[in-house]
Design a protein around this ligand. Structure first.
Ligand code: APR
Ligand code: PHB
Length: 394
């Protein structure tokens, strides 16, 4: 088998890249470890920057997002019993974010791939990139009991944090940066109307909480939990009691509760692998970097990586210039590190840190409250928050 770009992984990165390439007449094949149903079942983030929305439009997969997604012009911060609105739209000169689940983004991209005849091997096992140090890379995998070899010009490693692409790179060719946070997020989805028409990020001495949504009738809520907590120990009642304790009283009273549809705990991590290009293989999205979810940047960074890589590949095939692919890693990493900084900062500001020092302990709580007061009281500080939240330019 031969293709121009072999894409490993059918998450948002692989699907978006594949669609942009297909629409530009560049042949690509996606190799995905899981089944299509499994990929579509995953519940993840839900906030899209304008840059990500534009890319979905460009890939012809934005129609349902515009119909069903919820444009948000601001969000609330709560701390010390008070609630303050961050006016994203006003502070950024007219920018907003779109609340639309990653699950839906994935479905829309898969539907579009099917409609345009894109080839995907689901349940591809033992996917391995080879010879990417040379100009003749290939990928081997097994599928339906047979072994396959896919020759290509380039390999796009879009296979997430646990994928095979980054693992295939020799350790001494890569620099890894990591921070593991001493807590996780317990998330719940319920078929109840959201407590507020915009998101609420809550700082509280019992820990962080987030009120988000998937639609006007479906809420997505999170509470910070310690890493030794087990989801089985969290009945719905316990979850609802805990999140309401972390919100100002009037907000807690306004909350509609109901049975959960899904509940799970995810650890928080910051991670970057440098560089993001190794010869003819590129790392894209979660394969190269992870952010804690506090700033809602994970999916958006995947989108900006795809933008830089797609532009480079388009230039390569259309003009025979390798300038864009040569610049991919540097361009992508410059934006990645800014989003890493923002996500780390917002995580540090909003969570209860168990250890003393930095933001930890009672002193740390007061430092957070002082910074939050400054943030909501200073237009300059609010603007910096808003500008990062809506997404820095590509
Ligand atoms: N071989 C083939 N496919 C693989 C392999 C492998 N060895 N390992 C992982 N995959 C697949 C996974 O099953 C998944 O479908 O690669 C895909 C990676 O998708 P994501 O983890 O969603 O990563 P990405 O597409 O970069 O999307 C980034 O997703 O994880 C969230 O918060 C993150 O929002 C961000 C976005
Ligand atoms: C979500 O809706 O899942 C969500 C929203 C905002 C975040 C993180 C997650 O910062």
């Amino acid at each position: 088998m031969r293709t121009q770009v072999a894409i490993i992984g059918s998450g948002p990165s692989g699907l978006l890249l594949g669609q942009l390439l297909t629409d530009a007449g560049i042949d690509n094949i996606i190799l995905e470890r899981s089944s299509k149903a499994h990929v579509l079942e995953r519940i993840r983030a839900g906030v899209l920057e304008e840059g990500a929305c534009d890319l979905l439009d460009r890939a012809g997969a934005g129609e349902r997002m515009h119909q069903e997604g919820l444009p948000h012009d601001g969000f609330d911060l709560t701390f010390d019993g008070k609630r303050h609105r961050i006016d994203l739209f006003g502070l950024t000169g007219g920018k907003r974010v779109m609340v639309y689940g990653q699950t839906e983004v994935t479905k829309d991209l898969m539907d579009r791939r099917d409609a345009t005849g894109g080839k995907t091997f689901f349940e591809a096992a033992d996917v391995r990139p080879h010879d990417f140090g040379s100009g003749k890379p290939y990928v081997t995998f097994s599928h339906g009991g047979a072994e396959h070899r896919l020759d290509c010009d380039f390999i796009a490693g879009c296979d997430g944090y646990h994928g095979a692409s980054r693992k295939a790179v020799p350790a001494d060719a890569m620099k890894l940066f990591e921070r593991v946070y001493p807590f996780g997020w317990l998330g719940l989805i319920a078929e109840v109307p959201p407590v507020n028409h915009e998101l609420i990020y809550a700082n509280h001495p019992r820990g962080f909480a987030l009120c988000s949504m998937r639609s006007h009738t479906r809420s997505r809520y999170y509470v910070q939990v310690s890493l030794d907590e087990k989801v089985e120990d969290w009945s719905d009642d316990r979850f609802w009691d805990e999140i309401r304790r972390r919100l100002p009283a009037s907000t807690a009273e306004a909350m509609t509760i109901g049975p959960s549809i899904e509940k799970s705990i995810a650890p928080l991590r910051s991670f970057v692998a440098e560089p993001m290009r190794f010869g003819s293989m590129f790392l894209v999205g979660d394969a190269a970097h992870i952010v804690p979810p506090t700033g809602a940047k994970g999916l958006n960074l995947a989108a900006s990586d795809v933008h830089y890589l797609f532009e480079g590949l388009r230039e390569f095939y259309a003009d025979g210039s390798s300038a864009g692919v040569d610049a991919y890693s540097e361009r992508a990493l410059a934006r990645v590190w800014k989003a890493e900084r923002f996500s780390w900062w917002m995580t540090s500001l909003m969570h209860l840190f168990p250890e003393i020092g930095g933001y930890g302990g009672p002193f740390g709580q007061r430092m957070q409250e002082a910074e939050l007061e400054y943030l909501v009281g200073s237009r300059a500080a609010s603007t910096a928050l808003a500008e990062n939240y809506v997404g820095l330019p590509y």
